[in-house]
Design a protein around this ligand. Structure first.
Ligand code: MG
Length: 299
């Protein structure tokens, strides 16, 4: 058996084990269909030009973009607006990007309570919208006072994530930990570390994602994404020099090794643009989409 066959069989085995648990079945409705691995591209709300959601979605459909990732702020009040704009379109909610108040590792009980209530409101709205999950960071470097980076804090985080994951499952969605780079979040920097926290949280509602921008912390894109296995629920993409449109940083913008991992894993979720834009959006955005599709073919 060569390495590829071994990985494919191992992943097929993991899928059988995962499918045997009821909560994962509950999530089937928010996951795109498994099959031949496909590059499913998604845009955050600010990525496409357009004055409103309808104009943005028209633009996205022309480019073959099938996912939409709004921010979580005020999401409960936007459910109907977003549902209406998505009606009859080939675009689904890929994920919800944060938007909660407070943070989960806050020392101050009031700040933690703000996180708990606002995050749960976003999770409930995400479920209504059929999102694959809600993205969160345990603590940005600037969020203080923060629980210390100790073994006890990790245990606490896993317990808290378990509760959040179970709550998300009840709403037919998940919570997705996002590892960042050390400049933004010393606490969680590696995809494999996020996946291990998801595993140790012991809830099928706790997942992890990879962000090609933050993944400059990793030594290898392929190994990083592969290490997340069944826990990988979302991917962010940006250029790798200035966090701009893929392709705007030239040769640095190589995603082929990471895409190869996604293909081998038969990754069924989205690769979502989270980036700025240096040039003319109407030129560099279609070029970025084309670049990613070319690299996916090469992977
Ligand atoms: Mg990101």
């Amino acid at each position: 058996m060569n390495r590829k066959e071994f990985l494919q069989r191992s992943l097929a085995g993991a899928a059988v084990v995962a499918a045997a648990t009821a909560p994962v079945e509950l999530l089937a409705s928010c996951a795109p269909k498994k099959g031949k691995p496909e590059l499913r591209l998604s845009f955050q709300e600010g990525t496409a030009p357009g004055k409103n959601l309808n104009e943005k979605f028209d633009y996205m459909e022309k480019l073959g973009i099938v996912g939409f990732e709004p921010g979580g702020r005020n999401l409960a009040n936007r459910v109907t607006e977003i549902q209406n704009a998505l009606k009859g379109r080939n675009i689904k909610l890929s994920a919800i990007c944060a938007g909660f108040g407070g943070f989960i590792l806050a020392e101050d009980p009031a700040v933690k309570a703000t996180f708990d209530s606002t995050m749960r409101d976003i999770i409930a709205a995400a479920g209504e919208l059929g999102s694959t999950g809600v993205i969160m960071v345990p603590a940005f470097n600037g969020q203080k006072p923060c629980k210390p980076h100790t073994r006890e804090t990790r245990e606490y985080l896993c317990e808290q994530m378990h509760e959040l994951g179970e709550y998300a499952l009840k709403h037919n969605t998940t919570v997705i930990l996002e590892p960042l780079n050390r400049g933004e979040c010393h606490y969680l920097r590696l995809v494999s570390d996020g996946a291990a926290i998801a595993r140790d949280s012991k809830s099928a509602g706790v997942k992890v994602m990879g962000d090609f921008w933050h993944m400059k912390e990793e030594t290898n894109d392929y190994a990083a994404l592969l290490s997340a296995g069944e826990y990988l629920q979302h991917v962010h993409v940006a250029s790798r020099g200035r966090r701009s449109m893929p392709g705007e940083d030239g040769e640095k913008d190589n995603y082929i090794d990471g895409f190869r991992a996604l293909k081998e894993m038969n990754y069924p979720y989205y690769v979502s643009f989270e980036c700025g834009c240096q040039g003319d959006r109407n030129v560099v955005l279609p070029a970025a989409v084309e670049l990613l599709r070319e690299q996916w073919k090469k992977a």
